[in-house]
Ligand binder design. Structure first.
Ligand SMILES: NC(=O)c1ccc[n+]([C@@H]2O[C@H](COP(=O)([O-])OP(=O)(O)OC[C@H]3O[C@@H](n4cnc5c(N)ncnc54)[C@H](O)[C@@H]3O)[C@@H](O)[C@H]2O)c1
Ligand SMILES: O=c1ccn([C@@H]2O[C@H](COP(=O)(O)OP(=O)(O)O[C@H]3O[C@H](CO)[C@H](O)[C@H](O)[C@H]3O)[C@@H](O)[C@H]2O)c(=O)[nH]1
Length: 327
């Protein structure tokens, strides 16, 4: 199969490209390298272009005639989305419409979309299943929900079939050590903790210890990047078999507090870490845990690296390669 991976030079997309190539697919990566890296694309065809560039999109569809599209490209920082909503609606929503329009024009009907737990907002209950109310709290989450909603309209009008995968906290790295998380700036907890342990940062700041959780710090559901990617492969296969659009929540169904992540990182690395105390970060729900039983039952998805220490171990293997490099 020929798969167009948009945003394939980024953290999650680059792991996906590697997996698809390993499965024997033809892969075309389309990425403007705004936050991705050319050297993270380990094979296939690479096209450096922006989703805002309709002519570039047209050229890719004409030249490569993909069978399906996986769409990872977006801006991803919740805080920035509050300060600059224009940037988020433009890149995450409008530019996605350019991509969908190109698909419609060229008769490409299968679309896998990177959505997020942020579409739910403050949870009414946990674990969060697909039926949970969608009340995103920020422009980032809203831009993703808007795409999910537009996909319903594009299916009715143009026959585009889609799977929206709502990731909880993507973490870890390629077990072979070839790829890993390279966000700049990094905002995610596990890489920040490991950078503090490796000495690339002075410390890790815990954002609030007064949440309604057993140790007072926020609880999240960390999912290994390879398990996330295997869900995409299964989702695409199922979508092409059944022609039925679906939405799935993806997580391990187990929550770990910030304090537990720090303790696990110390255990895995065998090294100390300096911890600083900070205020709550705006918009952080106390507890986000996925109910991913639908993905398990319908896709046959089974996380292989569900254990938090394994996730941290793989992220540490990646961080250990970057010692001495500035963050
Ligand atoms: N990392 C997480 O924990 C997490 C959680 C939930 C959802 N997601 C979603 O997963 C997707 C991938 O996240 P990531 O962590 O790999 O992010 P990332 O920033 O590492 O990757 C995004 C990629 O898209 C590219 N890109 C952005 N805008 C583009 C444009 N206009 N044209 C072409 N390329 C463009 C970037 O250069 C980058 O390579 C995003 O859609 C994000 O919202 C991530
Ligand atoms: O230096 C830090 C960084 C994070 N945290 C805490 O660690 C937890 C996890 O934070 P991350 O930033 O790693 O992850 P989020 O849960 O905030 O974000 C995830 O979920 C969001 C939706 O809610 C987006 O989808 C985002 O891309 C995705 O990584 C949060 O409680 C946060 O407050 C700290 O205490 N200190």
């Amino acid at each position: 199969m020929k798969v167009l991976v948009v945003g394939g030079a980024g953290y999650i997309g680059s792991h996906m490209v590697k997996m698809l190539l390993g499965e024997g697919h033809d892969v075309i990566t389309f990425d403007n390298l705004s936050s991705g890296y050319r050297d993270a694309v380990v094979g296939g065809t690479f096209v450096q272009a922006d989703l805002a560039d309709k002519a570039a999109l047209e050229e890719v569809f004409v030249k490569h005639a993909p069978d399906a599209v996986m769409h990872f490209a977006s801006y991803i920082q919740v805080g920035e989305s509050v300060r600059h909503p224009d940037k988020y609606y433009l890149n995450n929503f409008t530019n996605t419409m350019n991509l969908l329009d190109a698909m419609v024009k060229h008769g490409v009907n299968y679309f896998i979309f990177s959505s997020t737990a942020a579409v739910f907002g403050e949870p009414e209950y946990v674990p969060i299943d697909e039926a949970h109310a969608k009340n995103p709290l920020n422009p980032y989450g809203r831009s993703k929900l808007m795409v999910e909603q537009a996909l319903g309209d594009y299916e009715r009008a143009y026959g585009i079939k889609s799977v929206c995968l709502r990731y909880f906290n993507a973490a870890g790295a390629d077990p072979e050590g070839q790829l890993g998380e390279r966000h700049e700036p990094e905002t995610h907890l596990i890489p920040l903790v490991l950078q503090a342990i490796s000495g690339r940062r002075d410390n890790i700041t815990v954002f609030g210890r007064d949440y309604d959780t057993p140790d007072g710090t926020c609880i999240r559901d960390y999912i290994h990047i390879v398990d996330l990617c295997s869900a995409h492969s299964l989702a695409l296969r199922k979508l092409m078999e059944t022609n039925i659009s679906r939405r799935y929540n993806l997580g391990n169904g187990a929550g770990f507090s910030v304090q537990e992540v720090i303790a696990a990182a110390q255990k895995v690395t065998g090294k100390p870490i300096k911890v600083a105390e900070g205020e709550r970060r705006e918009g952080d729900p106390a507890r986000l845990v996925a109910d991913a039983s639908l993905a398990r039952s319908e896709l046959g998805w089974k996380p292989v690296y569900a254990d938090l220490e394994t996730i941290i171990q793989h992220a540490w293997q990646w961080e250990s390669k970057t010692v001495g490099k500035p963050v």
